[in-house]
Design a protein around this ligand. Structure first.
Ligand code: SF4
Length: 254
């Protein structure tokens, strides 16, 4: 069974790392209790299918990217069929998701690159990533143009590989930022390394999955984008952003 690597990043050497890590773990416990962890893995896709699904899901609601994925599979039963089809036909099949005109050529380019690297006619299944250390498997995926840290982590964690790499979606990112686990200017991409560094070395895929899902659920059900429900938030006392919002207004002098 794979586990997260020991923390050796420069991030781990910063002065406030230990209190932030302790806070991340307290929040993890509270949110896991609130939303009912352990969570069941929602996907049973093989890693190549999960990779394509993750590429479709960027900035798209789950139901829409699911529809686009189903239509793509119904139209092109094999991944080499997607790779070799006219781009307009792929675009048409995935029209349910956002930006199909960008995603169709990107998916085809990723499938071409994987076929070239594997030296096979069909794009290889990516099961060999299970034999690599987590960081190496992520680097292999992220060296493909169009594959970023969220896509690589989703491919490794959500697929049948169940490798402990942590994706950070927009909900997870927003909650972590408001809790000051990362700085206010850290974007979603760079947040992956910083938030993963806060996880204890040795966490397995279920623990990493629970952490991500609990933060994501919190973003969906309480820490809303425009008006977070801070007054009923279970981690209010950990959250400087929330405390500033619910603090009583100072009484004006008479
Ligand atoms: S206190 Fe408010 S801003 Fe902070 S995590 Fe909770 S809902 Fe989000």
């Amino acid at each position: 069974m794979k586990s997260t690597a020991a923390t050796t990043s420069p991030e781990a050497l910063t002065a406030d790392f230990a209190p932030r890590q302790a806070k991340a773990l307290r929040v993890h416990e509270q949110l896991c209790a609130e939303y009912g962890a352990p969570f069941r893995f929602f996907s049973t896709k093989d890693p190549l299918s999960e990779l394509v699904s993750a590429l479709l899901s960027h900035r798209t609601k789950n139901a829409e990217s699911h529809r686009a994925y189903q239509e793509l599979r119904a139209t092109f039963p094999r991944w080499e069929d997607v790779r070799d089809a006219p781009t307009e036909a792929v675009q048409q099949a995935i029209r349910a998701c956002t930006w199909p005109e960008q995603k169709a050529p990107r998916i085809q380019a990723v499938l071409r690159e994987i076929s070239a690297r594997c030296g096979t006619d069909a794009p290889c299944a990516l099961d060999f990533l299970a034999e690599m250390p987590v960081a190496e498997a992520r680097a292999w995926l992220e060296s493909i143009s169009g594959v970023g840290p969220k896509t690589s982590a989703a491919t490794l964690l959500f697929s049948t590989l169940r490798i402990p790499a942590m994706p950070v979606d927009s909900h997870h990112h927003r909650v972590a930022q408001r809790l000051a686990l990362i700085g206010p200017k850290v974007g979603e991409g760079p947040a992956h390394k910083l938030l993963e560094a806060l996880l204890p070395p040795g966490w397995d895929a279920q623990q990493v999955y629970d952490h991500h899902e609990a933060f994501m659920f919190h973003g969906q059900k309480c820490c809303y984008f425009s008006t977070p429900a801070c007054s009923r938030c279970v981690v209010l006392r950990e959250c400087p952003f929330g405390q500033a919002r619910v603090a009583p207004s100072p009484i004006s002098p008479a």
